[in-house]
Design a protein around this ligand. Structure first.
Ligand code: FAD
Length: 300
């Protein structure tokens, strides 16, 4: 400690239960996005034995924790649903938690916000009443959802998925500008007009995939529109624009929210610290909970 931290680091797992060690080497390294083939498979094939050998598991390229520009959306961190102190969205009675929230990440965040949003939603449900469902709307939605099952010889969800990924790499890559972002939106609009109605599925599994891809298309439109609204670059947001290279000007140190109203995109600029002091805000919004939980904490 006196010398400060110095590489290389090793994790000494020798006293960890064998089952847990195997979860790390077998399941986690086998299922994480980048490590199944280059790490687990190749090292196992070459004779690596995790009970006897030591592994230095970081470095450059795929061994590093750095991401390529097109991989940055892997986790929920960059954007997501905006909410108030109760984790309530702008729709009355709708609460959100986990990766779908902006600036989110990790299982701990998902569990904590899930508990919090559930608590708030349960309390709200006591004073809210259910709306009468609108049969016509349900009918229209069913028609939209099942449509791909009735398309014969159409396109497969994989083709659309691949095309959207390529469009985002080309038009919303590491360095962005207005012209590219607008071209990207035009391309996505053409997919929506020509490809989505041609999506064809043979079974419920493929239908689920088709809807995931349609959701991806919608989210990509949100991303492109949000990128167009930020007219500067930002180091903490890993956001680089060739037409607005100025880094983090004061007026742009804010969140940009977007939503759709009457078919139009509307946006708001929200100051970065809109939520105020965390302790004061938490205590103001959670008095009942703090009182309820306090005796249990005191006992333990
Ligand atoms: C490769 C990778 C490695 C990670 N490593 C770690 C780690 O080491 N430690 C850590 O803490 N976190 C890690 N994370 C992050 C962690 O997995 C997530 O933060 C967490 O799982 C988010 O939980 P969630 O419940 O918010 O969302 P999810 O787990 O994504 O759950 C959302 C669920 O909703 C379902 N769904 C979506 N749309 C619909 C719909 N229309 N109708 C019905 N269901 C729907 C989905 O199928 C999914 O099951 C990792 C993530 C990835 C991708």
């Amino acid at each position: 400690m006196r010398r400060g931290y110095q590489l290389p680091f090793y994790a000494d797992l020798s006293r960890m239960p064998d089952a847990e060690r195997r979860v790390i080497w077998g399941m986690m390294v086998g299922q994480e996005g980048k490590t199944k083939i280059p790490v687990l498979e190749s090292l196992t094939e070459r004779g690596f034995d995790p009970t006897r050998h030591r592994l230095q598991s970081y470095g450059t390229g795929w061994q590093s924790a750095s991401f390529l520009a097109q991989e940055r959306q892997l986790f929920g961190a960059p954007g997501g649903i905006f909410h108030d102190w109760d984790l309530k969205t702008n729709l009355e009675g709708l609460y959100a938690a986990g990766d779908q929230l902006y600036a989110s990440d990790c299982c701990g965040f998902a569990a904590a916000t899930g508990y919090y949003a559930g608590r708030k939603a349960a309390a709200a449900s006591e004073i809210l009443s259910l709306e009468e469902p609108e049969e016509n709307e349900i009918g229209r939605e069913k028609e939209r959802l099942y449509a791909p099952l009735y398309v014969e010889d159409g396109i497969d969800w994989r083709e659309l998925n691949k095309a959207i990924s390529k469009a985002m790499q080309n038009y919303c890559g590491g360095i962005k500008n207005d012209m590219l972002l607008r071209q990207g939106l035009e391309l996505l609009a053409s997919y929506e007009k020509d490809w989505v109605p041609a999506l064809s599925c043979k079974n419920p599994h493929e239908l689920m995939r088709a809807h995931e891809v349609m959701d991806i298309l919608e989210v990509c439109k949100l991303i492109l529109n949000a990128c167009l609204l930020r007219k500067s670059s930002s180091a903490p947001l890993c956001f680089e624009r060739s037409d607005y290279p100025e880094m983090d000007p004061k007026e742009d140190q804010c969140f940009i929210t977007i939503y759709q109203e009457d078919g139009e995109i509307r946006s708001r600029r929200v100051p970065k610290e809109y939520y105020g002091d965390v302790k004061t805000g938490y205590e103001a919004c959670n008095q009942d909970y703090i009182r309820e939980e306090a005796p249990a904490y005191e006992e333990s």
